[in-house]
Design a protein around this ligand. Structure first.
Ligand SMILES: [Zn+2]
Length: 201
């Protein structure tokens, strides 16, 4: 990481994604600058991208749907990869719903191309030389999908206010990818997708 201030702040435009390499111990603040915006987030081991943050393994590790501050996300090999260090948001973060992808938008009646978190992940990883990756279940920061009575799920607009954020710490050298979710058909981004900012601390 350089000392250049610009290099320490990565603005992800609405509907786009970015990936960044982090060394073990590095911390990143993921900010929703305008509010009501979901940030699909992934972490892959830098030396072996077939090992990545896994939602299902993390739930088994924690006995919870999502880590509390101070708790880790673990990989598909059950090793900590990221820690949720701080949470200055309503604390609603989904790890049940797959990333949006072209089939999702086709199913929602969109004709032609629509940006998607899956494509944003693939493009961002390819820019760093990782052309061939799995598409893990994302860590859907700020996405509010409560489990209701009868085990039904609800889709709600992200409850974030402008500037709300979380801080993540890398537990190993990794590649972090984040997509400013372009979903504008259902309500999760308040109907109008916005940007996400990464601040390398
Ligand atoms: Zn999405």
């Amino acid at each position: 990481m350089t000392e250049d201030a610009d290099a320490r702040r990565i603005e992800i435009p609405a509907r786009e994604g970015r990936a960044v390499r982090l060394a073990a111990g590095d911390r990143v603040r993921v900010v929703d600058p305008e509010g009501e915006q979901v940030a699909d987030t992934w972490a892959f081991r830098a030396d072996d991208v077939s090992e990545y943050a896994s939602a299902s393994h993390t739930r088994a590790f924690l006995d919870r749907l999502f880590p509390l501050p101070g708790e880790p996300f673990v990989t598909n090999r059950r090793r900590p990869i990221l820690t949720l260090e701080d949470d200055r948001s309503p604390g609603r973060h989904d790890m049940l719903i797959a990333a949006c992808d072209p089939s999702r938008y086709e199913g929602l009646g969109v004709e032609g191309w629509h940006a998607s978190c899956q494509e944003n992940l693939q493009l961002a990883m390819a820019e760093l030389g990782h052309e061939d990756i799995e598409i893990p279940q994302p860590i859907n920061l700020f996405m509010d999908i409560p489990v209701l009575e009868g085990d039904r799920l609800a889709w709600r607009a992200a409850g974030t206010k402008p500037g709300d954020h979380v801080v993540l710490r890398a537990e190993v050298d990794l590649v972090l990818a984040v997509s400013a979710c372009p979903q504008d058909i259902i309500v999760i981004n308040g109907g109008s997708p916005g940007p996400i900012v990464l601040e390398l601390l």
